[in-house]
Design a protein around this ligand. Structure first.
Ligand code: ATR
Length: 279
């Protein structure tokens, strides 16, 4: 068979997903195509009608349609429903089911280089409380860690995230200043805001003076690949984890749902990095 895959969103002209999924199709030795279906809010119903008619096997959903897509689904996975966000849709015999692979994709990307990092003693600090933070917060809660604290500029948005908490995980809301002061206690610091993204590459959401040298600092920003926060962490002897790895593993999970193939994609992290650097 020839897999018909794609992405809906607006704007998506610069998306790396077609490149990523072509790597996966090649690796899995499957025939297929992954196309961009760009359209504004007004065009969305006709874009989706077209996908339905052409019998697309699966597609990703990105900004700004992760919530509105729910109205067009026949079924929604429990986690995606709790998060009220869908980034992956599967077509099963004409019925569309929506999933969220953001959080689990993130956790997979982290476990690849740091397989023992998430355990019952691990304290995590999440920076940010937006759409990206929600899926990651939920997935980290599911890893049996000790603590996932949240620091955000607007604390009420961080409070909202607490409804996604699992009972056995400790979770407090902090200001950025409090987070900086107690930074030494965290094993993992996950940066989920847009701070530091091109063109504002000198920006950094918190200062890392009190960081433990054993900590891992993870930044979901991948343009630039080496953000100011990661440079700072690395300069202080801490470990780092790049945002483009998350991008790759979210795709891996979506591809697995569409094709049933669980690919080993670790070697593609560097290839994607080269692609992002324009090499
Ligand atoms: P996304 O879906 O990419 O997470 P979002 O839902 O708009 O986007 O969330 C953006 C996140 O980046 C939020 O945590 C936001 O903080 P607030 O909730 O306080 O707005 C954070 N953010 C964006 N710009 C920021 C800035 N200049 N300083 C600090 N935090 C910022």
């Amino acid at each position: 068979m020839t897999y018909k895959l794609g992405l809906i969103g607006h704007p998506i002209g610069h998306s790396l997903s077609p490149w990523i999924h072509q790597q996966f199709l090649d690796l899995a030795e499957l025939n297929g195509e992954y196309k961009l279906y760009e359209g504004d809010r007004e065009a969305l119903p006709s874009v989706l009608k077209h996908l339905k008619e052409t019998g697309i096997d699966g597609f990703n959903v990105t900004v700004p349609y992760k919530q509105v897509i729910v109205d067009y689904l026949d079924e929604i996975d429990n986690d995606a429903e709790i998060l009220s966000a869908v980034n992956t849709v599967i077509n099963r015999d004409g019925k569309w089911k929506g999933y969220s692979t953001d959080g689990e994709g993130y956790v997979r990307s982290l476990k690849e280089p740091y397989p023992t990092l998430l355990n019952s003693k691990t304290s995590v600090l999440l920076l940010g409380a937006g759409g990206a933070a929600r899926g990651i917060y939920r997935a980290l809660n599911g890893q049996g860690v000790d603590t996932v604290d949240i620091a955000n500029r607007s604390q009420d948005k961080a409070e909202d995230l607490l409804s996604l908490r699992l009972d056995e995980v400790k979770s407090s809301v902090l200001s950025y200043q409090q987070a900086e002061e107690q930074l030494a206690k965290y094993d993992l610091i996950v940066q989920t805001t847009s701070v530091g993204m091109k063109p504002n590459i000198k920006d950094q959401v918190i200062q890392l003076d009190n960081i433990s040298k054993d900590a891992v600092v993870s930044d979901i920003v991948y343009q630039p690949i080496m953000t100011q926060l990661l440079q700072d962490a690395s300069g202080r002897g801490a470990n780092i984890h790049h945002g483009h790895a998350m991008l790759l593993y979210q795709g891996q999970l979506a591809f697995e749902k569409w094709t049933g193939k669980n690919l080993d994609v670790a070697h593609l992290v560097n290839k994607l990095e080269n692609k992002l650097r324009g090499e």
